[in-house]
Design a protein around this ligand. Structure first.
Ligand code: ADP
Ligand code: MG
Length: 271
């Protein structure tokens, strides 16, 4: 039986270099898959392929057996550059996602739902601000609120907490864990790109390690930390250190290999 999401032997290139080389990954319904790997290894590219924004040269991607032929309301995306419409307030950015997803019966109800999601990401009271008035971390959280509000069964998140300070990041990790555990997002399948090994472990059911030049999957780890989880229970889990060390060792290998290969290229897309 095929899995909920099937990435089948994908080959992808932007130009003559191969960006993703025969990448295959099966993701189960409700699974939280964290992707780590050196910068430039193709994590965002893989996410864009899943989002249906670009298409593979070879191979296929299916969601519930249907090929991905473009963006869809079944997949909400938080992009790495957390793009918002700059001429709309934070709240309007979230409301637009609700409108596009056909959620909320009235304008009043959509405002209410938007405020709930803004509160969830710690932006209660900031809804009337324009993106230009916000810090990078606040814009990033607005983009997360927008994606969550869309209430899609699949969340594609590209380093969504990358611009946050440590405390806010821990709070957002807890909010995401709680959302999945409390039923609000039960069944959501999450593809979560991060460069942070600890974050991958705190959140993930499975961690995928990618290598670069060309981008490929080199290792995967089933996360053996107890659920329900929070940022702090995960860090204190008896298996945390061991699993972190396994991942760091794998990551170290691919990063070193990447540095060696980068010495011979001129585009300078180092780590
Ligand atoms: P990651 O997210 O892991 O840092 P990306 O998927 O962004 O990696 O990029 C993978 C490779 O593809 C890099 O070498 C990057 O320079 C290249 N790349 C990314 N986007 C483009 C693009 N739009 N055009 C050409 N090359 C790109
Ligand atoms: Mg990226």
């Amino acid at each position: 039986m095929p899995s909920y999401i099937e990435i089948n032997n994908i080959v992808f290139s932007y130009d003559e270099a191969i960006t993703l080389d025969h990448v295959s990954l099966s993701i189960e319904h409700g699974e939280f898959v964290a992707i780590i790997g050196p910068s430039g290894c193709g994590k965002s590219t893989l996410l864009r392929l899943l989002a249906g924004l670009i298409f593979p040269k070879e191979g296929s991607i299916t969601v519930e057996v249907s090929p991905v032929t473009g963006p869809g309301l079944d997949r909400a995306v938080v992009f790495q550059d957390y793009s918002l419409f700059p001429w709309m307030t934070c709240r309007e950015n979230v409301i637009l996602a609700l409108e596009q997803a056909g959620l909320g019966k009235s304008k009043h109800e959509r405002i209410h739902i938007a405020e709930e999601y803004l509160e969830l990401v710690g932006l209660c009271g900031d809804g009337a601000k324009m993106p230009g008035e916000l810090s990078g971390g606040m814009r990033q959280r607005t983009a997360i609120a927008r994606a969550l509000a869309q209430n899609a069964p699949i969340l594609l998140m590209d380093e969504p907490f990358g611009a946050l300070d440590e405390i806010t990041r821990a709070n957002q990790q807890d909010a995401l864990l709680q959302l999945r555990q409390s039923g609000g997002a039960t069944g959501k399948t999450v593809f979560f790109v991060t460069h942070d090994v600890e974050e991958a472990l705190i959140l993930g059911d499975r961690v995928i390690v990618m290598g670069a030049r060309p981008g490929r999957i080199v290792f995967e780890l089933k996360v053996e930390l107890h659920r329900p989880r929070s940022h702090s229970t995960a860090l204190n889990d008896e298996n945390f250190i061991e699993q972190r060390n396994i991942l760091l060792k794998e990551l170290n290998t691919v990063v070193n290999e990447h540095i060696e290969k980068s010495i011979f290229v001129v585009d300078g897309a180092g780590i």
